[in-house]
Design a protein around this ligand. Structure first.
Ligand code: MSP
Length: 510
């Protein structure tokens, strides 16, 4: 039984609109890390889902002319479909309209109330439905939220959370848990904000009812962020399943976009502290994508539909581009030209060619079998050990939430391998020294096997094809169960992994 655990989450996505590239981004990153950890022997829980309450969703449903629940059912399904199309495989998909979640949110509320951190009062201030966030007067810019969203004046009876009492405990927590918020720049932002003072937070609404009922006062529904953040412990079976919490909560990692950092790094740990629960282990905020250099927005009509990209380029290519193009944590730009360029150079040329040239050569010149290796030269042991030792660097990059670095490492090995093919020139050895040719081919097949293992989290489809073509048993595909290729094993006729794209793809879009 494995004792290493890993619990990773994405934000739960609002169902007011269909999935876009920003949603696909966090989910792919979480899926990559979850797959890596599973392959590395961790007991892993990968959670994602949909955030279905609040005024924004209630309005979207009423605009669509259907009941809020029917509306949520429909849109939530489109997020599940996105996962299927992008090979995103969560262990659990949570919906905040589920009973298990309502129970958990109410249990958390009760605990915070019993500990004296919730009180009734009345709220007067600005609220943005688009952001589902409260803003102070001095935060507004030209009468709008700092995000550019419209705000409206609210005056209503409300329950409050005593956030101000958590200023010092939070600052102490950030200081003693230096890895809690990453990247570093985001951590500094949060600390500065908390140091500037925290006001108590209005956490209930009584002017609409699409939310989780406040226990004991059904005139109120919970503020959607109290409800939403609880999802991370609902999925662990809170409040009944204390074992799961003990088992997985200590390794929790919330991947989020930088826009929702305040909710995760300030409100969430404060709610948990108020309920005598430990804050999450780590929060990593990634950057935002622009589209062809412009902010992505519905009104500009430049949203990027991940499903269209998958149809055009395939799931692996989309996953690869998202993880490779931008250092995780920084903002990035989505450009079709960059996408096709990366596809052709990294996938079709570097990886696709390497596998095709090696495997078809073996097919034709080594009886379609894994050849017997002779004596290894320094060049051989050098590349073989680079391949086997790479797992250590990959682990470090995975722990630093740097999937782009993992890909850089793997692609470095791919280019070393292509150079090795050119320098060792097995086509010449075929005429002069077949023993050496066999050794070279064996080395190449072994390195390809490592590459096939390492790209599994990123390219679930191509990696399986590659490992199949190398004759690697399904049971030998984890980092612990892998083993060298068997000499003499017959290999199937190879097929291309990534067909080259020809330009222009679609003259209207190019
Ligand atoms: N429902 C809340 C999260 C609650 S978590 C307890 C929410 N949902 S959202 O659907 O609006 O956003 C989900 C994620 O998408 C956020 O992490 C946000 O950063 C991300 N993105 C939205 N647009 C994006 C880009 N253009 N680029 C990258 N990520 C973006 O917030």
């Amino acid at each position: 039984m494995s004792t290493k655990t890993f619990y990773i989450t994405t934000p739960i996505y609002y169902v007011n609109d269909k999935p876009h590239i920003g949603h696909a981004y966090t989910s792919v990153a979480a899926d990559v890390l979850a797959r890596f950890k599973r392959l590395d022997g961790y007991k892993t829980l990968f959670l994602t889902g949909t955030d279905e309450h609040g005024q924004k969703i209630a309005r979207a449903a009423s605009d669509a002319g259907i009941s809020a629940q029917d509306f949520c059912n429909q849109v939530s399904q489109t997020f599940k479909d996105l996962n299927t199309h992008l090979a995103i495989c969560p262990d659990d998909f949570i919906r905040t309209t589920e009973d298990r979640h309502k129970k958990a949110a109410q249990a958390l509320w009760k605990r915070m109330m019993d500990k004296g951190f919730i009180y009734k009062g009345s709220y007067a201030g600005w609220y943005s439905v688009r952001d589902e966030a409260y803003y102070a007067e001095d935060e507004l810019i030209n009468g709008k939220a700092p995000t550019g969203a419209d705000v409206t004046w609210l005056e209503e009876e409300s329950y409050f959370f005593a956030l101000s009492k958590f200023q010092e405990p939070l600052l102490t927590f950030y200081k003693t848990h230096t890895n809690f918020i990453k990247p570093e720049g985001r951590r500094n932002e949060v600390i500065k904000f908390v140091e500037s003072g925290l006001r108590d937070l209005s956490i209930s609404r009584s002017t609409f009812n699409w939310g989780v009922d406040v226990p004991g006062d059904e005139k109120h529904v919970m503020y959607v962020w109290v409800d939403a953040l609880t999802n991370y412990i609902t999925a662990l079976g809170f409040p009944e399943n204390t074992e799961q919490l003990k088992d997985l909560w200590p390794t929790s990692l919330h991947l989020i976009g930088k826009d929702i950092l305040r909710f995760h790094a300030i409100y969430w740990p404060a709610f948990l502290m108020a309920a005598d629960l430990a804050p999450p282990h780590r929060i990593f905020a990634h950057g935002w994508w622009t589209s062809e250099g412009q902010k992505i927005s519905k009104s500009l009509g430049n949203t990027i539909d991940p499903l269209e990209l998958v149809q055009e380029f395939g799931q692996d290519a989309v996953r690869y581009f998202l993880m490779r193009e931008v250092p995780f944590g920084q903002d990035g730009n989505f450009a079709r030209a960059a996408f096709t360029q990366r596809y052709n150079s990294d996938l079709a040329n570097d990886l696709g060619n390497l596998s095709q040239r090696v495997l078809s050569f073996v097919q034709k010149n080594a009886n379609a079998q894994v050849p017997t290796a002779g004596t290894f030269l320094a060049v051989d042991t050098d590349i073989l050990s680079k391949a086997s030792q790479m797992i250590y660097a990959l682990r470090d990059h995975a722990d630093a939430i740097a999937p782009h670095r993992m890909l850089e490492e793997i692609w470095h090995l791919i280019s070393l391998s292509n150079r090795y093919v050119d320098e060792q020139a097995p086509w010449s050895l075929r005429k002069t020294d077949t023993d050496r040719m066999n050794t070279v081919l064996y080395v190449l097949l072994e390195v390809l096997r490592s590459i096939g293992l390492y790209v599994q989290p990123f390219l679930p489809d191509a990696s399986q094809k590659l490992l199949d073509m190398l004759g690697v048993e399904n049971t030998h595909r984890t980092f612990a169960t892998q083993c060298p290729l068997t000499t003499g094993q017959l290999l199937p006729v190879p097929q291309g992994l990534f067909p080259r794209l020809t330009f222009p793809l679609d003259p209207l879009k190019a």
